[in-house]
Design a protein around this ligand. Structure first.
Ligand SMILES: Cc1cc2nc3c(=O)[nH]c(=O)nc-3n(C[C@H](O)[C@H](O)[C@H](O)COP(=O)(O)OP(=O)(O)OC[C@H]3O[C@@H](n4cnc5c(N)ncnc54)[C@H](O)[C@@H]3O)c2cc1C
Length: 306
């Protein structure tokens, strides 16, 4: 393998020269909700679209592979790390604005919880389902995040992205192929920069009651006290992943520090000291067992970075 240390150093120096924050060989366990994963070549956290464009251009010039992340709440990074630049669009790029006609514009780094609080304050409804999902809006668009009968598709009207040939483009959300945990972004290599959401007026009281209800249900049913990436598997058509896993007596099944949660079988958790290898082995074991015992294929929702 070519040693890319000097190249990552050059990219890092360049990022600093344009005032983009970053860390060489940053530990990905600090940037993923599983709290596992080895180092990346360099982690950069741009604050503006201009910085993103400059960084990507530099990656291309230096032949540095890169991956864009939000809050790292739906990804697993291998223990050996990833020889890539990890570009995090998060807190540094987090702006919300209320426009006319109950429309909210956002940048991709805004986290969903802040967005829900913003909507509550403006007495706008439609995002209550997202209260408690710990990702960014970039990640939520990419995944078409959803819960309790709602999904991003219901409220998104426009998405602004950077195309692989470096054009900033705004598309209608209708053209983003949003469906269950899927969007066009899974295949097109575009970087989500921001967008617009259309909400509906409602009273603060009603909105808050729904937010509290959904958050309460999460706290009751989900193992929020342990690191995880939320639901490990997608919902197979006609079934619930958690119910199938429970039916196969896998609740509590552990590999190293990774465990099928005893509170909710749909969650693989880091019970303490888990490695990404433990988590991956457990995910494979669960999928194989469920397939053998029920005939149903479980597809991971968690994205494994390579
Ligand atoms: C406790 C817990 C509960 C959860 N509950 C839910 C739930 O109820 N519903 C649900 O849908 N999910 C849930 N999740 C999963 C996760 O929070 C969502 O999938 C979320 O949308 C991911 O956002 P993120 O910013 O963390 O994305 P990341 O994990 O950082 O990235 C996910 C994918 O999106 C891509 N991506 C991220 N940002 C961009 C961008 N700006 N441009 C292009 N690509 C990008 C990444 O490359 C990666 O492939 C939960 C997770 C946890 C830990």
């Amino acid at each position: 393998m070519v040693n890319m240390n000097n190249t990552f150093q050059e990219l890092y120096n360049y990022a600093l020269s344009i005032n983009c924050e970053g860390v060489l060989n940053d530990k990905m366990s600090l940037h993923t909700s599983f709290r596992t994963g080895g180092p990346c070549g360099v982690r950069l956290s741009p604050a503006t679209t201009e910085q993103i464009i400059l960084i990507i251009n530099k990656c291309k010039e230096l032949n540095v592979p890169f991956v864009v992340l939000g809050n790292g709440t739906n990804v697993l990074v291998p223990d050996e790390g990833i020889e890539k630049a990890v570009i995090i669009i998060g807190d540094q790029m987090s702006k919300l604005e209320l426009l006319e006609d109950n429309t909210v514009s956002f940048t991709a780094g805004v986290n969903l919880v802040s967005l829900c609080r913003f909507a509550l304050e403006k007495e706008l409804s439609g995002l209550e389902f997202a209260f408690g999902i710990p990702g960014t809006l970039g990640g939520a668009v990419y995944m078409n995040a959803g819960a309790y009968g709602g999904e991003m598709k219901d409220v998104l009207t426009e998405i602004t992205h950077l195309t692989p040939d470096m054009r900033v483009e705004t598309i209608s959300a209708k053209d983003a192929d949003l469906s269950y945990r899927h969007s066009v972004y899974k295949n097109n290599g575009c970087i989500i920069l921001g967008g617009k959401l259309k909400l509906k007026p409602d009273t603060r009281e009603n909105i808050k009651a729904r937010m509290d209800d959904f958050l309460g249900r999460r706290k009751d049913k989900q193992p929020l006290e342990y690191p995880s990436a939320g639901s490990t598997f997608k919902r197979p058509e006609g079934y619930f992943a958690g119910a199938l896993i429970e039916q196969c007596n896998l609740k509590g099944k552990a590999v190293g520090g990774a465990q099928v949660s005893e509170k909710h079988a749909g969650f693989v958790i880091n019970k303490g000291g888990a490695t990404s290898t433990d988590i991956l082995k457990l995910i494979e074991f669960v999928s194989e067992t469920v397939k053998n015992e029920t005939g149903v294929t479980l597809e991971p929702e968690v994205i494994v970075l390579r």
